[in-house]
Ligand binder design. Structure first.
Ligand code: HEC
Length: 154
């Protein structure tokens, strides 16, 4: 599973940090306060990124902002909150799995269920969006770039 790499990475990283902190720190042990995401990843390695909201907050919010308001700075990051193109799922699925101009492709990072969960979150949940969440894994599989679908079949 692709997402487990990330969860394991987070767990390994915090493990190393904790171990070296214990080895070097002679002060009394104080509590380590993981962020919500870190806590989730540590408690459930491999399932931490199954919710669309978590995927969004982890990999999309950096450019599109936590509430999908978008940003203009080093580039122009379109607002996803209040974005009419999200009324139907196919457009977002296409962009996420194929990339588009300055938007990188995340097709290799996310499996069909994850893309569907993510797009459902974009449709209903992110910012002011209240569209009906209509993305499903079957649609994602259809929209994925051809070379990805053919991977491993030759
Ligand atoms: C590195 C910055 C970056 C990240 C990370 C990123 N995007 Fe984008 N995204 C962009 C840019 C830039 C565009 C505009 C592309 C263009 O039109 O040139 C865009 C466009 C889009 C669009 C089309 C919006 C429209 O109005 O046409 C959607 C939908 C979208 N991104 C969703 C996502 C999702 C979901 C994620 C997380 C998986 C994500 N993006 C992660 C930079 C990013």
């Amino acid at each position: 599973m692709k997402q487990s790499k990330y969860a394991c990475f987070a767990v390994a990283l915090s493990g190393v940090a904790a171990a070296s902190a214990i080895a070097q720190d002679t002060r009394p042990v104080t509590s380590f306060e993981p962020s919500e995401l870190q806590a989730e990843a540590m408690a459930n390695p491999g399932v931490a990124f199954e919710s669309g909201e978590k995927i969004y907050k982890t990999i999309c919010a950096a450019c599109h902002m936590p509430d999908g308001e978008g940003a203009v700075g080093g580039g122009t990051y379109p607002a996803l909150s209040g974005n009419e193109k999200l009324e139907y799922p196919d457009y977002a699925i296409f962009i996420i799995t194929n990339g588009y101009k300055a938007m990188p492709s995340f097709g290799h990072l996310l499996d069909d269920d994850q893309v569907a969960a993510l797009v459902n979150y974009l449709q209903s949940g992110l910012g002011e969006n209240t569209y009906e969440p209509t993305a499903d894994a079957e649609t994602v599989a259809l929209v994925r770039p051809l070379e990805e679908k053919n991977e491993g079949e030759e």
